[in-house]
Ligand binder design. Structure first.
Ligand code: SF4
Length: 264
């Protein structure tokens, strides 16, 4: 029998965590230098542990549980980023992703602050926005760009796909729009789950109501995470689903483009 995936408490931002010497620390899954797919240019990507969603297609199920990450102080993370700061300053910047980084909002705020004000880097937050309502507008002062993952535009299908309600993500999208933040909308295209013509139309119509959207990224579903699901003994329900073919991908991209959105 597959293990039950223990939930992180929904609607919960982890309290600030300090190590034995009182230094602000967070649970980090991993980091990677040189990603070209997580924001503009070349990115240093910090993957945080913990997520309240349980997306059926998640390719990083090993990030579900926050405490499975390893503790790093803010200084340690900034030290890692600093090694590449000169390059990142002109070639890209820092992206904090996950998992869901807002679960550790206190910690990543400090990292964004130092990356922006000490290292002078472009900063990007990759999030589904579920917890954003708990944060003041000022929290986003040091975030240049938000990659906002909208998993589905239909509330019932969103719940079935992710195990969590849709509305917080849509509320956050409106809020970012009002704040004048730049956004890239990300949408994972899964045949049989997120490819419905009318659903995509509805999502595209929603996105056109937002200010600040620079692009829509349609990300083809892939099964590279399947092994991780099996190793963790979680029940991978998409084993019979194939990645979208080129025609489907083009159709969906075209649905966004036809409304004047830059989609890729
Ligand atoms: S929001 Fe991201 S990390 Fe969380 S379950 Fe979904 S795909 Fe995985």
């Amino acid at each position: 029998m597959p293990h039950h995936i223990t939930d992180n408490p929904p609607g919960f931002i982890s309290p600030a965590c300090v190590d034995e010497r009182g230094r602000l620390s967070g649970f980090v899954h991993s980091f990677e230098m040189g990603s070209a797919v997580d924001g503009p240019g070349m990115r240093f990507v910090l993957f945080m542990s913990g997520c309240q969603f349980r997306c059926l297609y998640c390719h990083n199920p090993d990030t579900f549980k926050m405490h499975n990450g390893h503790l790093m102080t803010v200084e340690q993370v900034i030290g890692e980023i600093s090694e590449y700061a000169v390059f990142l300053r002109f070639a890209g910047g820092l992206t904090i992703s996950g998992g869901e980084p807002l679960m550790q909002a206190h910690y990543i705020r400090e990292i964004f602050y130092l990356a922006k004000n000490d290292l002078h880097l472009h900063t990007t937050l990759d999030t589904q926005g579920f917890l954003a309502a708990h944060l003041e507008d000022e929290w986003f002062n040091d975030v240049d760009l938000v990659l906002l993952d909208i998993k589905h535009i239909d509330p019932d299908k969103h719940l079935a796909l992710t195990s969590q309600p849709l509305q917080p993500t849509l509320d956050f999208a409106h809020r970012l729009s009002s704040m004048g933040k730049k956004m890239w909308i990300r949408y994972v295209l899964v045949p049989g789950y997120t490819d419905g013509f009318d659903d995509v139309e509805r999502l595209a119509a929603f996105v056109t109501t937002l200010q600040g959207v620079e692009r829509v990224e349609v990300l083809p579903f892939h099964k590279m995470g399947e092994d991780k699901w099996n190793k963790l003994d979680y029940d991978y329900r998409l084993k019979d689903v194939s990645p979208p073919d080129a025609a489907l991908l083009q159709r969906v991209i075209g649905q966004f483009s036809s409304r004047g959105l830059y989609a890729c």
